[in-house]
Design a protein around this ligand. Structure first.
Ligand code: IMP
Ligand code: MG
Length: 186
């Protein structure tokens, strides 16, 4: 099969579009049950969670509202430091709301643990976390993640919202990049 210019940069596909969709179906059924009689507010963390929120929310047959937050964590290279800055805050008031934070990936978990503490200080009825992907290092930080799509190896991945230098977010699957893309051997 011919590869597109975008797909030429991919070393291997970790999770296909079908696998992601099937897992989201399962998670959606759990969320529907857990939030059946609750006023659900989905908080997507920009930009990476865009695809997950779009695909998960369309699978949820319960009333909900959506809001977005953008944060940047200072760090060197691809590692985050846990020092977080809010780039775009929520429009919604969290008082007495049941908040479900939706993430693309949890790596060190530092960004998320800061974010959850910040949201909890705003008086919500509850704060839970859903993430499409989780890496092993996330286990070192004390963040209780209610819904996990897939636990993946400690590799840098792109696609399905995840970027390398702001690119590859539009790939419909999750994969690893060829070393040549990082400026390594051609
Ligand atoms: P944490 O604070 O280390 O959990 O940082 C999580 C953030 O780092 C995610 O929201 C992503 O933006 C980014 N990140 C972590 N691992 C990857 C990866 O494999 N590919 C792309 N972005 C990643
Ligand atoms: Mg993110």
């Amino acid at each position: 099969m011919a590869h597109s210019p975008l797909e030429n940069d991919i070393e291997h596909v970790l999770l296909t579009e079908e696998a992601l969709g099937q897992r989201l179906d399962e998670i959606a059924r759990q969320i529907e049950t857990d939030y059946a009689d609750k006023d659900l507010l989905i908080v997507g963390v920009l930009k990476g969670a865009l695809m997950v929120v779009a695909d998960l929310s369309r699978r949820l047959a319960i009333p909900l509202t959506m809001d977005w937050m953008a944060v940047s964590s200072y760090g060197s290279g691809t590692k985050s430091s846990g020092v977080v800055r809010i780039l775009k805050d929520l429009d919604a008031d969290l008082l007495d709301r049941h908040v479900l934070v939706v993430e693309d990936i949890i790596d060190s978990g530092l960004t998320l643990s800061w974010l959850v503490a910040n949201l909890r200080s705003r008086g919500p009825a509850s704060v839970e976390i859903a993430t499409m992907l989780r890496k092993p290092d996330a286990a070192k930080v004390d963040v209780d993640v209610r819904y996990v799509g897939f636990d993946i190896p400690n590799e840098f991945v792109v696609g399905y919202g995840l970027d390398y230098d702001e690119r590859y977010r539009n790939l419909p699957y999750v994969g690893t990049l060829k070393p040549s893309v990082y400026g390594g051997d051609q």
